[in-house]
Design a protein around this ligand. Structure first.
Ligand code: NAP
Length: 255
């Protein structure tokens, strides 16, 4: 009896999870990407790329492909697909597991201001011009058009659409992970006085926060959205165990 699993990906955790599950004869995996990144890392399992067409489209996919378990391993700030996954899983009566890395927590020496969303982050920026390291992702820049007097250093994987109001911008096209030495040099080299980031969590993005702590720079951190009622696990290992449990119950039912 094979457990058919659809993994909504686009994160390093989704990639790691898929790698751990690849080759397990109990599972039939399908990996799904939105198609936002020009050269995504692709796992060694069948992969589909592009939206499903909202809740209806995802529900239809789950039913047509007889998916037994849906795993939402998308980014903590990918709100729409996570809401769709919750609704579609309920409509198709398919169990949903969310794999979501833990949020970053402040430590002694951190100067963090937490804000509920990107608009609040832009509003919290001072009225005098500053050199700001903005690492919120290329699709989240629009709110900062409201504060065009700052000089933004923006790090992205693919080229962003910069709002025309934002004239003072340096684009750094780089893919992480970055270590603390790298981040410290970058902050110094660009004479950064403040960081603005999403509280994405995870090891890969945390070096910039360690660098900010050591340089005593303030950080504006956007809080992640919450998904009440979703069975959320924080580690790849926990998801692997949960799938083993689902496979065992499927095998029992079919005996
Ligand atoms: P989003 O706003 O939550 O989703 C917008 C739409 O994109 C969804 O309604 C869905 O289209 C499609 N979509 C998103 N993820 C998908 C997936 N894994 N497979 C198939 N369709 C998907 O998402 P987003 O914030 O633009 O993020 C897009 C992707 O980039 C996600 O997979 C996420 O894991 C990754 N990512 C996001 C961030 C971030 O900060 N938001 C950071 C790093 C990586 P339909 O409604 O047509 O199904």
């Amino acid at each position: 009896m094979v457990l058919k699993v659809l993994i909504l990906g686009g994160t390093s955790e989704a990639f790691a999870l898929t790698g751990r599950l690849t080759g397990d004869p109990r599972l039939e995996l399908t990996y799904s990407l939105a198609g936002r990144t020009a050269k995504p890392r692709l796992p060694q399992v069948p992969t589909r790329i592009g939206g499903f067409g909202g809740i209806e489209g995802l529900t239809a996919f789950l039913l047509q492909h007889e998916i037994n378990v849906l795993i939402d391993a998308t980014h903590p700030f990918a709100e729409q697909i996570s809401a769709n996954a919750q609704a579609a899983a309920a409509m198709a009566s398919v169990p949903l597991i969310a794999l979501e890395r833990a949020a970053w927590q402040p430590m002694a020496g951190d100067d963090w201001q937490l804000v509920p969303n990107l608009t609040a982050a832009a509003a919290a920026l001072p009225s005098t011009s500053e050199r700001i390291f903005l690492t919120v992702g290329r699709q989240s820049l629009l709110p900062f058009a409201a504060k065009p007097h700052h000089h933004y250093v923006i790090r992205v994987i693919d080229p962003p659409d910069i709002p025309p109001e934002m004239q003072n911008v340096d684009i750094l096209k780089r893919r992480g992970p970055f270590n603390v030495d790298h981040e410290t040099s970058l902050l110094r080299e660009h004479r950064i006085v403040r960081l603005v980031s999403k509280n994405s969590g995870g090891k890969a993005g945390s070096a910039k926060l360690v660098a900010a702590r050591s340089l005593r720079l303030p950080v504006l951190l956007v809080d992640r959205p919450v998904h009440p009622g979703v069975n959320t696990l924080e580690s790849v290992g926990a998801v692997v165990n949960r799938l083993a449990h689902y496979h065992a119950s499927l095998a029992n039912r079919s005996e």
